[in-house]
Design a protein around this ligand. Structure first.
Ligand SMILES: C[S@@+](CC[C@H](N)C(=O)[O-])C[C@H]1O[C@@H](n2cnc3c(N)ncnc32)[C@H](O)[C@@H]1O
Length: 350
């Protein structure tokens, strides 16, 4: 990717953050060009750091900028009619698209937009989860851990695990069932605000005294600091649909698991029963964004949530993708929860 392309992406991402971009934003070529012109006022790009609560001494690595801030040319105003720059921008805007909810956006922008959603919902995430699901997400997560049934000393990697929901349930299970305090979980999430939330919960828990968890900023699509064949179980709960390239996430999961290791995913899925589907759609599109607006003062993020669920592959297709990544599955490879509102997928690395 050329320097100008990188600048363009940084600027779009930065603009998205600065302008509190609504999910209604349309990323038309013209709009990006216009925004870019407005942006070219000589501001230096900032790197993004983890909040103060996430200190390396607390086993949390601050977020390193994915694209290092580029000085010099990034600070120079863009000439209004530079054909070369326009060409580069048009190239980028015409580059591969992905979905962000029901919108089509350049692939490179999705991560920034998803990041904005989770930074915005982090403080109200738990309350909203309980409101939206009537607390049912707790039962799903409990069942998920009971199905995993980890043995003593299990090494778990929980990806997109910012809230610590899976990590703490896992440690509680090992403590309760095996009186085991040697099990360990490494939590990786791309969003420092979400991670701060889970890290805080962990630091207040009994598990801190034996250093049973590590919280790190990282991208599911490129788990740079996780060694090949190093973990017993890999979990990703309600995280994978937010990733730009699901195939890359699965490939990374396969790489880091030990032979015999297990991939487990909990994610919203597809409801088939017609009457339930009608009710569920009504609830999703009419009530949830409204709840988001009232409880979290953030309608757009919850609109994204319901839209992103509809974009995620259905149970069968996702199971196929898991197999394509190299995993073996048993039977269908998944179990539906609550009529398929959510599904648990499992794959084995042999
Ligand atoms: C809906 S929350 C789920 C949190 C938790 N796993 C749970 O079950 O409650 C989705 C999480 O995915 C994280 N996420 C999104 N894209 C990611 C990526 N590419 N890599 C790692 N984490 C990501 C978000 O930051 C957010 O914390």
């Amino acid at each position: 990717m050329g320097l100008q392309s990188i600048h363009f992406l940084q600027k779009c991402g930065h603009l998205a953050k600065k302008n509190h971009l609504s999910s209604k934003y349309s990323y038309s070529k013209e709009r990006c060009l216009n925004q870019l012109k407005h942006f070219s006022t000589g501001k230096k790009l900032q790197s993004f750091n983890a909040p103060e609560t996430l200190k390396p001494s607390e086993s949390v690595r601050p977020l390193e900028p994915k694209v290092t801030a580029l000085e010099g040319s990034a600070t120079s105003p863009l000439p209004e009619s530079s054909p070369k720059i326009k060409e580069t921008i048009v190239d980028e805007v015409n580059s591969s698209k992905t979905h962000f909810g029901f919108q089509s956006v350049p692939e490179e922008l999705k991560e920034t937009l998803v990041g904005k959603v989770f930074s915005s919902v982090a403080s109200s995430y738990d309350v909203m989860n309980d409101f939206m699901s009537f607390g049912i997400h707790r039962l799903w997560k409990d069942h998920f851990i009971h199905t995993m049934a980890p043995g003593p000393g299990t090494k778990l990697l929980d990806v997109a695990g910012g809230t610590g929901d899976i990590a703490l349930r896992f440690l509680e299970y090992c403590q309760k069932i095996h009186s085991d305090s040697t099990a360990h979980v490494r939590v990786v999430d791309i969003n420092p605000s979400m991670l701060a939330h889970g890290s805080e919960r962990y630091h207040k828990s009994q598990f801190k005294q034996n250093n049973q968890a590590l919280f790190q900023v990282g991208n599911a699509e490129c788990l740079e600091n996780v060694e090949d064949s190093s973990v017993d179980v890999y979990t990703i709960s309600f995280g994978i649909r937010n990733c730009t390239h699901i195939d890359r996430v699965l490939k990374e999961a396969y790489r880091v698991l030990k032979p015999g290791g297990r991939f487990m995913c909990l994610e919203f899925s597809k409801v088939d029963a017609p009457f339930v589907k009608q009710m569920y759609d009504l609830y999703s599109f009419q009530i949830i964004p409204q709840l988001g607006s009232i409880v979290a003062n953030d309608r757009d993020s919850y609109q994204y949530l319901v839209e992103s669920i509809r974009q995620f592959p259905d149970q069968k297709r996702f199971s196929q993708m898991i197999q394509e990544a190299g995993f073996a599955t048993v039977g269908d490879g998944y179990e539906n929860f609550t009529f398929g509102v959510a599904a648990m997928h499992t794959g084995y690395k042999f």
